[in-house]
Write a protein that binds this ligand. Structure first.
Ligand SMILES: C[S@@+](CC[C@H](N)C(=O)[O-])C[C@H]1O[C@@H](n2cnc3c(N)ncnc32)[C@H](O)[C@@H]1O
Length: 339
């Protein structure tokens, strides 16, 4: 829930609000424009596959207006969190406009391949005997295990969610900020599970610079890319590990975050990963859990939840959106914060 200033706003507050609004509007416009262009390109490629069909959803699909108004509410909450001191103003892209343009070019170079893979999926993306995590998730080249995806993924996700992804993840810093206010951050043990290239970890480090962090992910290419951005420090490690087999001692963590992972896991792996989180967190430890909406959370979005896994290879999504998360985590003594 967004918190607001408890005193009259000063000139400095209004200046900060103006900077925040300018930065977030530019971001939404930038990624929104790419979303529009991407759809056009995808539709054009779709004309080469007249037999390709996506099943119409039974539930309602939110209008663009509804989505934009939810994004606006998210921006308001994001600013309120900054004003409440939970985290600093979002950072600009470290490599500026030149970096953004470079990533946009790489994104458009890859887009047609992804669009073709989606339509050829019935022949090329069906079940294999390989471990589940080697599939072509999202129709990316080589799924998670790719240097190309390490570079492109953040841009792709921001285009998909109109530039709102980073703000969605930042909501997960609020419970951590409350913990850090109560405790000496240098003495806390914290891990980010399925950290990808460490993008959320870098926001966490900006907000809580003395908190030692470790990030785990199954993908070595993602971790290698992340290490280039994060640098190599003993208290900022990025290490290869599966969420369902964490290389950590029992009851060794005060807090963990798991962001957009569980919908990617087969049901039995979801259970194993929940068990591992229960094992490695101290009793009463904090679990920050962020993932997609589930069925009936927001009934206006239910149709989108049916539609989404058909567009992006998401083999376990349908099961996840119907998973009883309370039952999944019930055996484990965790303080779970959902965002
Ligand atoms: C949808 S991405 C989310 C990444 C990141 N948390 C974020 O918010 O951008 C899923 C991530 O989980 C990783 N992953 C998939 N299965 C995993 C597993 N069983 N254990 C650890 N990481 C896994 C992938 O390599 C990928 O980085």
């Amino acid at each position: 829930m967004a918190e607001t200033l408890e005193r009259p706003a000063t000139l400095a507050d209004w200046a900060r609000r103006a900077r925040f609004a300018t930065a977030s509007m530019s971001r939404l416009a930038w990624y929104g424009a790419h979303r529009y262009a991407s759809r056009r390109i995808d539709q054009r490629i779709g004309e080469d596959y007249p037999d390709f069909r996506i099943s119409a959803p039974e539930g309602p699909v939110p209008s663009e207006r509804r989505i934009l108004s939810d994004i606006a509410r998210l921006q308001t909450a994001d600013l309120a969190n900054v004003e409440a001191g939970h985290y600093p103003m979002p950072a600009r892209e470290a490599d500026g406009l030149a970096g953004l343009i470079k990533r946009a070019r790489a994104y458009y170079a890859d887009l047609p391949d992804t669009a073709h893979r989606r339509r050829r999926a019935p022949e090329t993306e069906t079940a294999s005997n390989e471990p589940y995590y080697l599939q072509h998730f999202h129709f990316q080249a080589d799924g998670w295990m790719s240097e190309v995806s390490a570079e492109l993924y953040e841009f792709q996700v921001e285009v998909l969610f109109n530039g709102a992804t980073a703000a969605m993840r930042r909501q997960g810093l609020v419970p951590l900020s409350r913990l850090v206010r109560e405790r000496d951050q240098r003495k806390l043990q914290y891990a980010n599970i399925a950290c990808r290239t460490g993008n959320m970890l870098r926001e966490i480090t900006r907000a809580f610079p003395r908190l030692p962090t470790i990030g785990f992910d199954v993908s070595e290419p993602y971790l290698r890319y992340g290490r280039k951005l994060t640098g190599r420090r003993r208290d900022r490690r990025l290490a290869a590990a599966l969420a369902e087999a964490l290389p950590l001692a029992d009851e060794s963590l005060d807090a963990a975050s798991v962001v957009y992972l569980f919908h990617e896991l087969p049901p039995e792996v979801r259970r194993a990963a929940a068990g591992e989180l229960g094992r490695v967190l101290k009793p009463g430890g904090l679990l920050v859990f962020i993932d997609t909406l589930q069925m009936d959370d927001e009934p206006d979005y239910d149709g989108l939840l049916e539609f989404f896994p058909q567009l992006f290879l998401e083999p376990y999504y349908e099961g996840f959106v119907r998973e009883d998360l309370d039952a999944l985590f019930a055996p484990h003594e965790l303080k779970r914060e959902e965002a």
